[in-house]
Structure formats: C-alpha cells, structure tokens
Design a protein around this ligand. Structure first.
Ligand SMILES: *[C@@H]1O[C@H](CO)[C@@H](O)[C@H](O)[C@H]1NC(C)=O
Length: 159
C-alpha cells in the first residue's frame, strides 16, 4: 500500500519535472527579446587590449519561474578563441532575479567586469554572447542552462 502510493507519487513528480523541462526548453527562444552590444577596443599602456562594451538587453525570463523557484541568477558572457586559448570566457554582466515580477526587464549597461586580453588579440575578433542562468529552487537540485548568441565581431581598429 505504502509502496504503491509512494511510487505513484514519484512517477507524478517525475512527469511534472519532465513537463517543466520541456516547457523550459520550448520557451528558450522567447527569453531574450533583443540584445545589442556595441564595443570599442583600445590598447592599454601595458600593451594589452581592453574592450569597452555597451549592452542593451531586453529579456523575458518569466518561464524560468515556477512555484518551486526561489530566485534566478543570470550572467552574460563573451566567448571567443585566440591563438593561445581555444576558449576564453569573459563575464560582462550578471544579476539576481528575485521574483517572476522582475523577470521581464530591459536594461542598458556598460560591462560590469573588465574585458581584457593579453596582447593584441581582440581587434576584429569574432565572439559569441552566452546568457547563462542558474535556477535556484526552494527544494531540489539547482538547474542551469544557457543560450548562445553567435555571430558578433569586435571592431577592426583601435579607438
Ligand atoms: C560560437 O558559436 C558557434 C555556433 O554556435 C560555435 O560553432 C563556435 O564554436 C562558438 N565560438 C566560441 C568561441 O565559443
């Protein structure tokens, strides 16, 4: 008796989890309404390249919120490759979304963390922007995923 009830309950939980996962995947493309970065590259006195980015981010992350969501941590990173490293990841912006009501937002911001690369590797460099999110639940395991936006390029010349 007990074991049957328990199993039925486990199955139900599993089904709901799968459904929730499917819903989340289905709505990923809706999450970022628009993102437009503008960047300039300058040469520092040390000889390293530094990029200044202005970000226009408009997102709707409401689909990440369920009854079991405590808060969502999001960060936006630039990913690029250089002759030295096949993958470089620089975090540009991050934030904590405490509630579903705060999950629809539109911000214009400069990069929060410094975007520097050793040497002169950044001019004309192709990069992807990736939006990562970590969903912190009230109970259960943390869930993380990301959305890759490929096809950005840094300016060809120093400013
Ligand atoms: C950028 O994204 C494209 C397509 O998803 C991928 O092929 C490429 O490896 C990515 N570049 C980096 C540096 O992550």
């Amino acid at each position: 008796m007990h074991s049957f009830g328990y199993r039925a309950n486990a199955l139900l939980t599993f089904t709901i989890t799968i459904l929730a996962a499917i819903c989340t995947i289905a709505s990923l493309s809706d999450t970022l309404n628009s993102i437009s970065p503008t960047a300039t590259v300058k040469k520092k006195s040390t000889g390293d390249d530094e990029v200044a980015v202005t970000l226009d981010i408009s997102a709707d992350l409401q689909s990440l919120f369920t009854w079991n969501t405590k808060q969502v941590f999001v960060f936006l990173a630039a990913e690029y490759s250089t002759p030295k490293n096949s993958l470089n990841q620089v975090s540009l912006w991050d934030g904590i979304i405490p509630a579903k009501e705060d999950a629809v937002f539109s911000i214009k911001t400069k990069n929060k963390y410094r975007f520097i690369d050793q040497g002169s590797n950044l001019r004309g460099r192709d990069f992807n922007l990736t939006l990562h999110w970590h969903v912190m639940p009230k109970t259960g395991k943390m869930f993380a995923d990301k959305l890759v936006l490929p096809g950005f390029r840094l300016p060809e010349s120093y400013r």
